[in-house]
Design a protein around this ligand. Structure first.
Ligand SMILES: *Cc1c(COP(=O)(O)O)cnc(C)c1O
Length: 365
């Protein structure tokens, strides 16, 4: 069914699922990305045939020929979103936005575009069969990881003619222990860049992460939890963190975030924050902001708060900024009020504790 807008999933329940007692023990302290559910979704694609063999089956290793294209040329994309347990059922946050971004990433990487409805159906099918794995913990959630890679066995350099799409799921606890959001120290990388104009910065591909790891390691060596990348052309303007977008909050209540010029990932959390900040009376400007200006504004006190945002940690305050030239502190180095309020509003919407006036929350059957 080429370009089909929906697919039937064949359901093959795991014959040996984890026992209820063992699952409860795993859910008590799942951490992040180490515990996985009983099932996975797989869908195959072949040129001339389209998407086929959609299945929900036991989570298992995927045997691969050593000449599988992705292992050599990294044609791979992924997504990340969460399913939540709310009072009367299960929900996902903006899966349609992830579906659209997955198609856009595919296009950039010369991969076939999975129909958005199939993407959303694949998530719903996995959450349905693994619903017992969605944590009860009011701060927990089931992290969903859809991804797709080039599966053709061929060493020639060209877009693969075959692909495998999968979804796996991982229960996660509160990202921050005790629910308290501790400010992080960030390392501004002046040696490495993440994405250049015309490159893959706006695509959610594994390759972007591969290039970021050496800078992340450098940051960790300097006692920092996260890395901030500057633009690849002038090495002056803030792009984003390794896996999170960034916002600056000023003394007049306005917010600045780098614009989507193709070198940063268009975060869904970023988009939600822009909408919510506007509703809370903040002017939000999507404009270039240089590292020099950042340092000067922190020194003058004009800059009050900085936060990073993404699905995994929602909003993370930045307390200290470190680079090869030294360091400076944002405000008093603590968590700012604007950051706290935006975080609370977003989490309350995601968890069904306040009305979802944007149509962001998708209820699962
Ligand atoms: C996924 C990602 C983000 C955050 O996107 P969300 O949709 O908010 O989770 C930010 N930057 C990079 C590089 C990412 O890969």
């Amino acid at each position: 069914m080429i370009g089909g807008e929906s697919l039937e999933f064949e359901i093959r329940p795991n014959p040996a699922p984890v026992s209820a007692a063992e699952r409860a023990a795993l859910l008590a302290n799942p951490g992040f990305g180490r515990v996985f559910t009983d099932h996975m979704v797989t869908i195959r694609y072949a040129e001339g045939k389209g998407w086929y063999d959609a299945r929900v089956e036991a989570r298992a290793p995927i045997p691969m020929d050593p000449a599988t294209a992705v292992l050599h040329y990294a044609q791979e994309i992924f997504e990340g979103l969460k399913a939540y347990r709310v009072d009367d059922g299960l929900t996902m946050f903006r899966p349609d936005a992830n579906a659209r971004r997955f198609r856009e990433s595919a296009r950039r990487m010369a991969m076939p575009e999975l129909p958005e409805q199939v993407f959303i159906d694949s998530l719903a099918a996995l959450v349905e069969i693994d619903r017992e794995w969605v944590p009860d913990d009011p701060d927990g959630s089931l992290y969903l990881r859809p991804f797709m890679f080039a599966s053709e066995v061929f060493l020639g350099v060209k877009p693969s003619s075959e692909y495998l799409y999968l979804v796996i799921a991982s229960p996660v606890g509160p990202y921050f222990k005790g629910g308290a959001v501790a400010p992080v120290t960030v390392w501004v990388s002046t040696d490495y860049t993440r994405a250049a104009p015309g490159g893959t910065g706006a695509a959610k591909c594994g390759g972007n992460y591969a290039t970021s790891l050496v800078a992340q390691a450098e940051g960790i060596e300097h006692g920092c939890e996260q890395v901030v990348f500057l633009d690849a052309v002038e090495r002056r303007y803030v792009d984003e963190l390794g896996g999170m977008n960034v916002f600056f909050v000023f003394d007049d209540g306005s917010l600045v975030t780098p614009p989507l010029t193709g070198t940063i990932l268009p975060g869904i959390t970023r988009d939600a924050v822009i909408a919510l900040a506007g509703e809370q009376g903040h002017e939000v400007r999507e404009e270039l902001y240089s590292f020099d200006q950042w340092r000067a504004d922190a020194a003058s006190g004009r800059l009050r708060e900085v936060f990073a945002c993404g699905t995994a940690a929602v909003l993370t305050p930045v307390g200290t900024v470190r680079s090869a030239d030294g360091e400076f502190v944002i405000g008093d180095g603590g968590t700012g009020e604007v950051t706290s309020r935006l975080r609370r509003t977003l989490v309350d919407i995601q968890r069904g504790r306040v009305a979802d006036t944007h149509g962001w929350v998708r209820r699962l059957p």
